[in-house]
Structures are given as structure tokens and as C-alpha cells.
Design a protein around this ligand. Structure first.
Ligand code: ZN
Length: 263
């Protein structure tokens, strides 16, 4: 469990701690410029990327996570308006849940894949693949802290598009139709979203229970490996710890296993 967010915010104004101590407790740096907002816990990851025009948030956690994400920004002395853009990898409850609140608070431009737009605007269209989970999923979205609110994106992107933050959009459908991963060639890292999972430190395809098109999910792993496997070293995930080194090789080896052929 993460510590209560108010304690972190209060720590920034307390006189007993020096700046360096405080900085070490707020957000987790994955590599220079890329932060994981670990104040929301470990169930799902939200990332903050620092670039020349400000900050970009990648995914937004559950609806209940939005206040903690805002608290973490305050604690790092990042004004809400410095978050210029929010890129959503896909419109699942645990990734786009905080979007409506964070968009309102930051006035950031919301970016998603063209195909995912319909799911951001009509959240209940998204259903788990396993029919047994559909009723519980629907009931969850009615609980306080888990209610999805529709958001209209400001910018729609497609496969291969270069973004101002330095990302290349990689369309990785399967888990959802408009799922995207983000590759930063210059800094050699990949934000996989849920195109890959590293839960419990085991690299694999996304969970079948929530992946309606498993064949396309496998093809997306192949694409990441074959087309981009030499372009990244570090991989971060929606779920599970980051792989800091040899990420491209690990993804290639996963694709080789799935398709029983060398990538
Ligand atoms: Zn997820």
C-alpha cells in the first residue's frame, strides 16, 4: 500500500526535512525524465514524462486515483497547468478512470488512438472478454471511486505518428481495438501499456480475461519485437515492474516463444 497522499504533501511544507529527502519520497524515477507516480499503489502504473514544453501524463489510473496523482504533482512542485498533455494507452477503467478529473484540473490536451475514441466517449461499451466478469465489471463501475465519466479526446493519433514529446505511436490492438504503446527512440524506452504484462515479473501477453482479441494481442507482441525490438532497452508496463535493461531482447524472445520461430 502507498502512504496516504496528504502525508506526502504535508512533508513538502514541513521544515524538518530537507529538499533531497522529500524528492526521494515523491514519485519513482524509472530513468531520467520518466517518473512512475507510485503514490497510487502498485495495481496499475501511471507515468509522467518531462519534455521541453512541460509534462505529459501517460494513463490516469482508476477514478479514485486522480486526487492522489494531483497531490503527487503538488508535492513535486509541478503546477497542474504544466501537464500539457495526457496520452491514454487504452480506455480501461484502470487506465482512463482518472481522465475526466485530471483533464479538468490540468486543462491538458487528451490524446488517444482514433479507434479508442468511441470507448472514451462511451465507457460502458468496453466489456471484459470473459462473460462471467461482465456483470461484476459493470457493478464495479457503479461504486464510488470507480465510476467512469465520458471524455472527448482533443487529439486522435494513428500508428507510426511522431508526437511532440518524442514518442512514436505504435498501434498494438488486441487488449482493446485502439490500444497504443509509445516508443521513445532517442531515450530507448517503450511504454507498453497493456500490450505486454509483467505481473509478478513474468513477461507475457495481456490477461485473456480482459483481452477480447488474443490473436491480435499476439500479433502486437510480434510487431513490437520485429519492428522495434532493436530500438528500446527499457520497458515499462501498465502492470508489473519495469524492465530496465535488454527490454527489446526480452520482447523478441517472448515473440519467438509465442510464434515458435526466431524473430
Ligand atoms: Zn490494465
Amino acid at each position: 500500500m502507498s502512504r496516504p497522499s496528504f502525508a506526502r504533501v504535508r512533508a513538502t511544507t514541513g521544515s524538518a526535512l530537507d529538499g533531497r529527502t522529500i524528492a526521494a519520497t515523491i514519485m519513482k524515477q524509472v530513468i531520467p525524465g520518466l517518473w512512475e507516480i507510485d503514490e497510487i499503489g502498485n495495481d496499475v502504473h501511471v507515468y509522467l514524462w518531462e519534455w521541453r514544453e512541460g509534462y505529459t501524463l501517460i494513463d490516469t489510473g482508476y477514478p479514485k486515483d486522480a486526487p492522489r496523482i494531483l497531490d503527487a504533482l503538488v508535492a513535486r512542485h509541478i503546477p497542474a497547468h504544466a501537464v500539457r498533455r495526457i496520452i491514454v494507452t487504452h480506455a480501461d477503467l484502470d487506465h482512463s478512470g482518472g481522465l475526466a478529473q485530471l483533464k479538468r484540473a490540468t486543462q491538458a490536451r487528451v490524446v488517444c488512438h482514433t479507434v479508442e475514441k468511441a470507448f472514451l466517449e462511451h465507457p460502458l461499451r468496453r466489456q471484459p472478454a470473459a462473460w462471467l466478469l461482465r456483470a461484476p465489471y459493470l457493478l464495479t463501475t457503479m461504486l464510488p471511486g470507480y465510476t467512469l465519466r465520458p471524455v472527448t479526446p482533443d487529439e486522435l493519433v494513428v500508428d507510426g505518428q511522431e508526437l511532440p514529446e518524442g514518442f512514436t505511436v505504435v498501434h498494438t490492438p488486441g487488449h482493446t481495438p485502439g490500444h497504443i504503446s509509445l516508443l521513445h527512440r532517442g531515450k530507448r524506452f517503450l511504454i507498453a501499456g497493456d500490450a505486454l504484462s509483467n505481473r509478478n515479473g513474468k513477461l507475457r501477453t495481456p490477461t485473456r480475461l480482459y483481452t477480447p482479441d488474443t490473436l491480435n494481442a499476439q500479433r502486437s507482441v510480434w510487431k513490437l519485437a520485429k519492428k522495434y525490438g532493436d530500438d528500446f532497452e527499457t520497458v515499462v508496463f501498465g502492470h508489473g515492474p519495469a524492465i530496465l535493461n535488454n527490454g527489446g531482447k526480452r520482447v523478441k524472445s517472448l515473440a519467438s516463444q509465442i510464434f515458435a520461430t526466431d524473430v
